[in-house]
Every structure is written in C-alpha cells, then in structure tokens.
Design a protein around this ligand. Structure first.
Ligand code: ADP
Ligand code: MG
Length: 235
C-alpha cells in the first residue's frame, strides 16, 4: 500500500498532531506504536478517512483521503471494542450493513456474512447476539464485519485493548491468518511480539510527532531515547 502524509496537523481543543510527514510504499502491514495519548488513534482515524485533519494532506493508495468520498468504500475499520449492535445476531450485524450500504439482497448479504464469519472461525456463533459470545469472539465478528465490505485496507485501532491475554492471542492469531487475503493493514497495538511477527513497517509516535520509523528491527535497536524508553515500558 501507499501512504503519504503531507504536513498533517490536527487540533481538538489543543493541537495533538504536529505537521506529520510520512511516505510509505510497498509495505502491507504498518504498525503505529506509542504510549497512550501520543496521537495514534487520531492518526489512524485520519488515515481511514473517519475524520479530516485540521490541515495537511493525506493520500492512501493514490486516493485523496480528505476530498475523495469514494475512499471510504475501500477501507474497513476495527475499533478498540467491538461496537456491534447488541440486539442483532453476529450474522445480522453484518448482513444488515451489506443490505443497507451495498445494496445486496438479504440472501446475498447473509451468504457474505456467513463466509466472513467462517473465515474468523465463528461458524457456530453466528446466530448469537453479542452479549452471548466471548469478547474475543465479538471482536472477531467485528473483524469479519470489516472484511465483509471487501476493503483494500483494514485499519485496526488496538483491537485487543479490551481483552484478556488469552483472548488477545486468539484475536491476533485470527488477524495473522488474514494476511493470506492479500489485504493491507494499518494497526495500533501494544503487543510487541505481534508487531514483530506481523508488521513490515513500524511508526513510533510521541506527543503528536513521529519520532522513529523503519522495519520492526528498529524495536530491537532503538536509536532515540523516546523509543528506548517505550521499549522498556512495554516489555
Ligand atoms: N475527541 C477528542 N477531543 C479532545 N481531545 C482528544 C480527542 N481525542 C483525543 N484527544 C486528545 O488527543 C491526544 C491524542 O489522543 P489519541 O489520538 O487518542 O492518542 P492515543 O491513541 O495514542 O492514545 C490526547 O491528548 C487526547 O487527550
Ligand atoms: Mg488510542
């Protein structure tokens, strides 16, 4: 995938991203790292087109993310917690969106939902509502939902943040298996072992700046004091 940030800044009540510049090509799994509050969620939301930056330009796979409304149809987003509709089955959570936003018939929508839930190994859970499945299963269902829209890129913002270590492992394994689908991934996670296995590029942020970037090898030999300190904290 191609990602280009040109002087991207973002302000809520104060500026939280400061003139970010980044040019990435040829990587298909990019991890954003940094302590809480460093701006990862803001940046991944901007990259996915969920919000517009206060200033600057963003290009992803040659889409002008800020101005091209078509871009959103090509991306999937997985949030920290699953945000499935509580009163709908896992399958209906997916098929409803396919019917409403992509114009599929109920039959087609159900088929796509089933296929993607099976891909995430939820064959026997698809007719349950979210509160009757585990947190890991619900999060896998939200990954299936993102995939059902057939995105080119999947953005995941700490997809295991709300899970215990065992469920975290289960969800990360499922993500690892999605590699075969040939999609591009941008994710935020604190699980360093997963970043080393899965990502082929790492962007480390602090206080709204990109401090260090490179292949996951930079995690074993950090150059900056900031990344050195971060690696001590996450170990
Ligand atoms: N909706 C918001 N309104 C105001 N400030 C926000 C909002 N979202 C994030 N922030 C602030 O922006 C900064 C970066 O937050 P965030 O992007 O969530 O970082 P991270 O994901 O790395 O924890 C933090 O100081 C946070 O308090
Ligand atoms: Mg965050």
């Amino acid at each position: 995938m191609k990602i280009e940030l040109k002087n991207v800044s973002h302000t809520y009540d104060v500026e939280v991203l400061h003139q970010l510049n980044l040019v990435l090509e040829k990587y298909n799994a990019v991890a954003l790292l940094g302590v809480s509050g460093s701006g990862k969620s803001t940046l991944i939301r901007l990259m996915a087109g969920l919000e517009k930056p206060t200033s600057g330009e963003i290009f992803v796979n040659d889409y002008d993310v800020i101005h091209d409304e078509d871009y959103k149809k090509h991306v999937g987003f997985v949030f920290q917690s699953h945000n499935l509709f509580p009163h709908l089955t896992l399958k209906r959570n997916i098929s409803l969106i396919l019917e409403k936003t992509r114009g599929f018939s109920l039959e087609q929508a159900n088929q796509i939902a089933e296929d993607n839930l099976k891909l995430l190994k939820l064959d026997d859970q698809m007719d349950k509502i979210p509160k009757n499945v585990s947190g890991g299963q619900a999060q896998r269902a939200s990954i299936a939902r993102a995939l059902s829209l057939n995105p080119d890129i999947i953005f995941l913002d700490e997809p295991t943040a709300s899970l215990d270590p065992i469920l975290t492992d289960e969800v990360l394994k499922a993500i690892e298996e999605l590699r075969e689908l040939g999609k591009d991934f941008v994710l935020v996670t604190h699980v360093i072992s997963f970043v080393k296995d899965f990502a082929n590029y790492v962007v480390f942020m602090e206080n709204g700046h990109i401090i260090e970037q490179g292949t996951p090898k930079i995690l074993d030999a950090p150059k900056t004091n900031e990344l050195k300190a971060f690696m001590k904290k996450v170990r």
